[in-house]
Design a protein around this ligand. Structure first.
Ligand code: 5GP
Length: 194
């Protein structure tokens, strides 16, 4: 997605060989016009998949997840990282090790929002080692629903997430694929649609 790549080039900061900071348009300040386009692109890629729900994780997955759900005309659910006092009964939980925070969180959703007839599109902002996506897929499976695919805004293809998710049979669609963050520079994969 060219618009996204341009934004990464102009505003992204390479913090290390493994971490890209995009807090001026995704992770802190959010660019609404870009998010609308991101939602349209995900919807285009999954339009023939009879998606019934979008599932994402708080907080940075909510904006792209919401826009994708809006375009697909389905609800969006975000998994919570902290136990909410109101989230007490019939909760599905999984554990996710956070790449950026180096801590393990329990993530949860209320089972009333995902049922066995659902065909779920998982959305997240970044794909690194695939732990967030796998945790979300685990929640979908616990609900007896189907994972239709995984939509990622920025994939760091040099980390193991993409391979892990593909090995498990999941379709992964990433809007920008980064081949390397070496020498303080973002290098994109040159694949079609990357
Ligand atoms: P994974 O679970 O695939 O290892 O990591 C994905 C999660 O970690 C995403 O939800 C995202 O919040 C965070 N993350 C991973 N790598 C980066 C990065 O380079 N930059 C930012 N801003 N977040 C990242």
């Amino acid at each position: 997605m060219d618009l996204l790549k341009q934004k990464i080039n102009s505003e992204g900061t390479v913090l290390s060989e493994h971490v890209l900071k995009v807090d001026s348009f995704i992770n802190h300040q959010i660019d609404p016009a870009l998010m609308v386009e991101i939602g349209k692109e995900f919807a285009k890629r999954f339009k023939d998949n009879q998606i019934t729900k979008v599932l994402t994780i708080e907080s940075s997955g909510i904006a792209p997840g919401l826009m994708a759900a809006l375009e697909l005309s389905v609800p969006v659910i975000f998994a919570r990282k902290r136990k909410s006092l109101t989230l007490v009964n019939d909760v599905l939980t999984s554990t996710v090790h956070s790449f950026t925070k180096n801590e393990t969180n329990e993530i949860s959703v209320s089972s009333k929002f995902i049922n066995s007839t659902d065909n779920v599109l998982i959305i997240d902002d970044f794909l690194a080692n695939g732990q967030a996506a796998l945790g979300l897929a685990d929640l979908v499976q616990q609900a007896g629903a189907n994972v239709a695919g995984i939509g990622i805004v920025i994939e760091k293809s040099f980390q193991q997430g993409r391979q892990l998710l593909n090995e498990k049979g999941y379709r992964v669609e990433s809007l920008a694929r980064i081949q390397s963050l070496e020498n303080g520079k973002v290098t994109f994969s040159e694949e079609v649609g990357a």
